[in-house]
Design a protein around this ligand. Structure first.
Ligand code: WT7
Length: 571
């Protein structure tokens, strides 16, 4: 094992002595970094943007934006003025404190102005991934009671406006927008809007952002985060991202997912560094070019992306000058030791795994620049947080025991609610104060945590979390489908891929066309990433006597494993 340890070559990291800091650090010490510690006036967007705009960082580039069509730069002053303007457009649409403003559009500078503008008004931003189709969009807008939706003319067709009585206004970002009582032309109003805005000062516990995420049962749930999360975003930007003033930082995640907001917006700007946003889809050449063009120094991405780059080969890599890179991080799925070895050889850098989830709001278990890395391990808890392996009753287990990965309640960025579902929120906590993650893991004798798998049936495909229930529900809406069971199966590049087992209704027969039609039905109804890559047709599916599809049996079939206890199975 010892020979597998990667020694740190960066003793100059912001977190120089992990053990020492762990012994003495309390979160209240981090509060000194914020202007509210003196003024008492709280708003995350003020700390991330306006505070820097009004300092000697005003003319520093905050945002380097590019995609296939645009290449733009915005200073912190620009970001202040444009988020104020966007805030004024939203204010004119009636947005006030606590209102949910959903933002359903591809990455663009306007998306960032609008998200920050929402937060400046004390609104709760709800970013939606652009690939969502009608069913997925409707569920989220309905559940959250969104008052305003920001979208583009292209995506508007996927919004069932007439079925959403609480939705009062549509702010459309695009050309030739026809305005009516409900519809606002963003560009026209933005032009005219004032660049000053009275920011809404809030309580640290007031809502700021709502991310929908999937569990193994039920519809997606709205995970609410509050302004107080900024404490952890800022502190992990220092310790984990290791950001320093001169850094150029790039997080590849879309803001439709929590990584793209916590670490694509809040953390880098709270730390006052230049942030690269690249729109458009993944492409190896494009990504290498982005790293080279902006001389990115700190890069945060995901195992699936690294594996795709790895598969693309080192010849392509050799064409680019990536010598500016000094720190690389990963999140979302297990980071295979093989990928870390590729990083050492191809980039001459260690890739630092980080573990966290939508519900934790920020990084919790990480590898730090100044610490030894054990490839395959997620690292150690962020100082100030307590993680442990607990049994199903909430008892802490000794090192090397497999169990539930849990975090002691009270870290600053912890979710504060599941929207509209207090009982669901409570169900996450065991023995009062352990938040149970749904992951199984163990901790070794030196305090490193090792991921083992999900405890539930949640699927992680390309780093995106997919709830099998949501896919099954969509499948059975198809007229040919009688029963559907959905599981994740191992895939060398994507981590897992989605596989559906389907029993057809009487009168339907398998054909390739039908299979394709069913797959497209999920693509059109939910999103491409939720559509089963693989479909297997069966006469009937294994069910409990109460009629629940037994995914564990499907999984056992798939992986050729023993099916285990079948006593509850319907005969
Ligand atoms: C689930 C959370 C916020 C991060 C993006 C995903 C899995 C996350 C790791 C890691 C192994 C990981 C877990 C977790 N996961 N990071 N470093 N190693 N698994 O956020 O969509 O809320 O999913 O992602 O299973 O529970 P998410």
């Amino acid at each position: 094992m010892e020979s597998n340890v990667l020694t740190s070559t960066n003793s100059n990291g912001n977190l120089r002595n992990y053990d020492e800091v762990c012994d003495s650090f309390e979160w209240s010490q981090a509060e000194k970094a914020f202007s509210w510690a003196e003024t008492g006036l709280v708003n995350m967007a003020h700390e991330a943007i306006d505070r820097h705009a009004d300092s000697d960082k005003g003319n520093k580039v905050a945002l380097y934006y590019s995609d296939q069509h645009r290449k733009e730069e915005y200073t912190f002053k620009d970001m202040r003025d444009y988020s104020n303007k966007a805030g004024n457009v939203l204010k004119d649409s009636g947005v006030t404190k606590g209102d949910r403003v959903f933002i359903f559009m591809p990455r663009s500078p306007e998306l960032y102005f609008l998200l920050l503008g929402t937060i400046k008004l004390g609104g709760i931003a709800g970013p939606l991934f652009e690939a969502f189709m009608e069913g997925a969009v409707k569920d989220r807008l309905e559940d959250s009671g969104a008052k305003v939706l920001v979208t583009t003319p292209e995506l508007l067709g996927r919004v069932p406006v007439d079925e959403l009585p609480e939705l009062e206004k549509l702010v459309i970002v695009g050309d030739d927008v026809k305005e009516d009582e409900k519809t606002i032309n963003f560009h026209r109003q933005f032009e005219q809007a004032s660049s000053t805005l009275d920011i809404e000062w809030v309580d640290r516990e007031d809502g700021m952002i709502l991310h929908y995420t999937s569990g193994s049962t039920g519809k997606p749930k709205g995970v609410l985060h509050v302004h107080n999360a900024m404490i952890q975003h800022y502190q992990t930007a220092k310790w984990v991202l290791d950001l320093k003033d001169d850094d150029v930082y790039w997080c590849t995640a879309d803001p439709g997912w929590v990584t793209g907001t916590s670490y694509g917006i809040f953390a880098p700007w709270l730390a006052g560094v230049s942030n690269v946003i690249r729109g458009g889809r993944f492409s190896p050449e494009d990504w290498y070019q982005t790293l080279e063009n902006y001389k990115v120094t700190v890069w945060y991405s995901a195992p699936t992306a690294f594996r795709m780059l790895m598969g693309y080969g080192d010849k392509a890599l050799a064409k680019y000058d990536l010598s500016s890179l000094r720190h690389v991080l990963s999140v979302g799925e297990p980071l295979n030791p093989e990928v870390i070895r590729w990083g050492m050889q191809a980039l001459n850098l260690r890739i630092h795994d980080t573990w966290w989830m939508t519900e934790t709001g920020a990084q919790v278990i990480c590898n730090y620049p100044s610490m030894e890395i054990k490839p395959g391990s997620m690292g150690k808890p962020v100082p100030g947080t307590e993680a442990a392996i607990v049994d199903d009753e909430g008892n802490v287990l000794p090192p090397n025991s497999m169990g539930n990965l849990a975090i002691k309640k009270g870290w600053p960025s912890m979710m504060r609610a599941i929207w509209n579902r207090p009982e669901k929120f409570e169900s996450y906590f065991l023995a009062g104060d352990w938040y149970v993650s749904g992951d199984s893991a163990y901790m070794d004798e030196e305090g490193y945590f090792w991921f083992q798998g999900r405890v539930d049936d949640v699927i992680m495909t390309s780093g995106e979390r997919v709830g099998p229930f949501e896919v099954e529900s969509k499948l059975v809406e198809h007229p040919a489908v009688a029963e559907a069971g959905v599981i994740g199966t191992p895939d060398p590049v994507r981590g897992e891929i989605i596989k559906a087992f389907i029993a057809l209704r009487d009168g339907y027969e398998y054909s390739e066309e039908l299979e394709e039609e069913i797959r497209n039905f999920v693509k059109r109804g939910l999103s491409a990433h939720a559509a089963p890559k693989d479909i297997e047709f069966k006469d009937s599916l294994p069910k409990t006597r109460s009629g629940k599809i037994m995914r564990r049996v499907l999984k056992a079939w798939e992986l050729d494993l023993p099916t285990g206890d079948l006593s509850t199975m319907e005969k």
